[in-house]
Every structure is written in structure tokens, then in C-alpha cells.
Design a protein around this ligand. Structure first.
Ligand code: HEC
Length: 140
């Protein structure tokens, strides 16, 4: 009579372990998501969104971001596959619903595998990138 009980509890423990180990896969979409501080929402671009802004943003994106985020921003760049944490998909509403300021803050500050671009680019270049990220999802 004891044996079946032990194996039953072993199964329960096994199920519990599988359930717990599955959680981190979802944490990206829940409480552990990388959040910009709320003041970042007040940051606004001082630059006009004109064809040159978007063209420069596109060029920078192709050179510095597409390797991880993919050519069209779906987070499927070649270099991204090797990372523990997947590069963001800019077409996901979790990203596209964020303010320009939040995205500007994030690409300036970096997090984990996402490099900080604060000292790499001027403020104008970083806003060009934000403008281009917006253009990617304009028609969605
Ligand atoms: C080495 C790979 C890599 C490169 C290069 C890279 N990123 Fe990222 N990026 C990431 C990863 C990984 C994340 C997810 C970080 C997280 O959620 O903590 C991310 C997240 C982001 C986010 C936040 C999205 C969100 O989930 O809210 C923005 C914005 C962003 N990247 C913009 C850029 C821009 C613009 C460039 C180019 C100038 C760039 N990234 C280059 C890997 C990269």
C-alpha cells in the first residue's frame, strides 16, 4: 500500500517542478518585463519627423540593431538566436504601446543583452531610431 503512495507523490512533485520551470518563460510578458521609469514617458523628441529623420533612423537600425532585432524588427535577427533573452519584437503591442520616451530611455540605457546606446549615438540619432521604430508599426 505504501509503494503506490510514494510513486503518486513523486509524480505530483514532478508535475510541480515542470510547472514551476515553465514560469520564467512567461515572466517576460508579466511582472518581470523591463519597464522604463514613468518620467521617461514625458521625454519628447525635439526633432521633426521628416524623410531625412526616418532615412537616418533606418540606416542606423540596419547597421546596429537588425543583427538582433531583425531587418523589420520582429526580434528575429541572426545574432539574437544565441541570446538567453530574446531581442524585443517591435511589432508586439507590449512594445508598440509604449511611449516614444520609454523606448528612447530603453535604447539609451540598455538592459541585459540589450546594449546601452547613450554614449554610442547623439540624442538626435537616438530619436531618429525611435522615429524609425514607430514607422515600422505605423500601418498596424
Ligand atoms: C546584441 C543584441 C541587441 C542589439 C544589437 C540591439 N538590441 Fe535592442 N534588445 C535586445 C534584447 C535582448 C532586448 C530585450 C531586453 C529586455 O527585455 O530586458 C532588447 C530590447 C530593446 C528595446 C526595448 C523593447 C521593450 O521590450 O520594451 C528597445 C527599444 C530596443 N531594444 C532598441 C534597440 C535599438 C534601437 C537597437 C540598435 C541601435 C538595438 N535595440 C540593438 C538586444 C539587442
Amino acid at each position: 500500500m505504501i509503494k503506490p503512495k510514494i510513486s503518486f507523490s513523486c509524480i505530483l512533485v514532478g508535475i510541480a517542478c515542470i510547472a514551476i520551470s515553465a514560469i520564467p518563460q512567461y515572466s517576460h510578458y508579466t511582472q518581470d518585463r523591463w519597464k522604463a521609469p514613468s518620467w521617461a514617458d514625458t521625454l519628447k523628441t525635439p526633432f521633426h519627423r521628416e524623410p531625412l529623420t526616418l532615412a537616418n533612423g533606418e540606416e542606423l537600425f540596419g547597421l546596429y540593431c537588425a543583427s538582433c532585432h531583425g531587418d523589420t524588427g520582429y526580434g528575429d535577427g541572426a545574432a539574437g538566436g544565441a541570446l538567453g533573452q530574446k531581442p524585443a519584437n517591435f511589432h508586439d503591442t507590449l512594445v508598440s504601446k509604449q511611449s516614444d520616451g520609454a523606448l528612447y530611455w530603453k535604447l539609451s540605457t540598455g538592459n541585459g543583452n540589450m546594449p546601452p546606446f547613450q554614449d554610442v549615438f547623439t540624442a538626435e540619432q537616438r530619436w531618429q531610431l525611435v522615429a524609425y521604430l514607430r514607422k515600422l508599426t505605423d500601418s498596424e
